[in-house]
Design a binder for this molecule. Structure first.
Ligand SMILES: Cc1cc2nc3c(=O)[nH]c(=O)nc-3n(C[C@H](O)[C@H](O)[C@H](O)COP(=O)(O)OP(=O)(O)OC[C@H]3O[C@@H](n4cnc5c(N)ncnc54)[C@H](O)[C@@H]3O)c2cc1C
Length: 347
């Protein structure tokens, strides 16, 4: 193994997912101990654009391929491409952003390279040539310092835990085009049939502000559902009215809408919004939990938020133990004037 660091840059049609720059920032924090430089790999349609950006963000060398076989993301050819791109480089450290693709490729690359993965790390340091990773365990209640005996050492970085480097716009360089060997449509088992738009307009992982709703969002007895609805339909209708209030606050604050699993399971909002152990892990500057009790599995996804605000009618709800600011009361009375106050303040 060399003392090079490799970073996977996740992009879509030339638009880089910001968590990739944080992964590059994590790599830069190790360069004092690993002198071999930082390599980046980029694949898919628009890869050359993202590859040029990666040079400006501080990668020393960038390998890319925009071959048609990689234009739709599929784990098999991407993992093969990664392996080919770096086979002569033998990096000692490989870092992936904690995006859906980054997580999947980290696992596949670890299998391909006979190594392990340390996922969702929030800090990296070097001791005696080993990279020590800090990562949450027990649903985020404890932080563990771990290292891997295997090589290369593979990590995924927790969103918003590492600082993205500043881009040096005038910097230019030549990304290296990788000629694919043996990656053809015939030997890929996954076929993409089509895409449909996700209803989530702001990526939860990158959002600086998240306003989330839980089961309590449907609990507005003073709101009568339109005639003809059965109980379940009326509950979902009431929840949708509640989520409109959540959405308005999120919009005024330039943020995204999250949800508890109870809200998702009840059909109030799609799964894309779910925060928690089995949903998204987020670390926004501000997290506002509305009608969410604060179960340990929900906390696992949001407890590292910088400022947590809870709105709940139950003063004993566990979320208040985590919250910096708590408002005890009916969220339907609290959200409209709160949104209005922010609107006036921010306009
Ligand atoms: C393996 C596993 C994985 C899980 N993964 C996740 C996960 O990823 N994310 C997740 O969120 N959960 C997850 N859960 C579920 C978790 O245990 C809780 O059931 C869930 O988080 C509860 O959601 P909630 O807080 O919205 O609902 P509840 O616990 O029912 O809380 C609703 C809250 O709303 C308040 N409320 C009611 N009406 C109002 C009102 N009008 N105004 C203000 N407050 C009001 C109530 O006081 C209450 O505190 C998981 C569970 C398991 C077993």
């Amino acid at each position: 193994m060399s003392d090079k660091i490799l970073v996977f840059i996740d992009q879509n049609k030339g638009e880089t997912i910001p968590a990739s720059w944080e992964a590059l920032g994590a790599a830069q924090s190790l360069t004092g101990s690993f002198g071999g430089g930082i390599m980046a790999v980029v694949a898919g349609e628009g890869a050359q654009v993202a590859a040029n950006s990666a040079l400006q963000y501080g990668a020393d060398q960038v390998f890319y391929s925009d071959a048609p076989v990689l234009s739709e993301y599929r784990a098999e050819p991407y993992a093969d491409f990664l392996l080919q791109a770096v086979k002569d480089q033998e990096p000692e450290v490989i870092i992936f952003p904690t995006t859906t693709r980054g997580r999947e490729l980290a696992a596949m690359s670890a299998v391909d390279l006979g190594s392990g993965v340390m996922p969702d790390v929030s800090a990296l340091e070097v001791q005696d040539g080993k990279v020590i990773a800090t990562r949450p365990v027990y649903a985020g209640k404890l932080l563990a310092k771990t290292y891997s005996e295997s090589s290369p050492q593979i990590f995924t970085t927790r969103s918003r835990a590492f600082k993205a480097p500043q881009a040096d716009a005038p910097k230019t360089g030549e990304p290296i085009l990788v000629e694919l060997e043996g990656i053809t449509e015939d030997n890929i088992q996954t076929k993409v049939l089509g895409y449909s738009d996700s209803e989530v307009s702001v990526s939860l992982a990158d959002a600086g502000v998240i306003v989330s709703g839980g089961r309590g969002i449907s609990n507005n007895p003073s709101l009568s559902a339109p005639d003809g609805m059965d109980d379940k339909e009326a509950e979902i209708w009431r929840a949708q009215q509640g989520f409109k209030l959540v959405g308005e606050l999120a919009q005024v604050l330039g943020g995204a809408v999250g949800a508890s699993r109870a809200a998702v399971d009840a059909g109030y909002v799609p799964y894309d919004h779910q925060v928690g152990q089995t949903g998204k892990v987020v670390s926004p500057d501000l997290y506002i939990a509305c009608g969410i009790s604060g179960a340990i599995q929900h906390q696992a996804g949001m407890r590292t938020s910088k400022v947590i605000v809870a709105i709940n009618k139950d003063p004993d709800a566990p979320i208040f133990k985590l919250a910096r600011f708590g408002v005890v009361g009916n969220l339907f009375d609290i959200l409209p004037p709160l949104t209005e106050a922010f609107r006036q303040r921010l306009s």
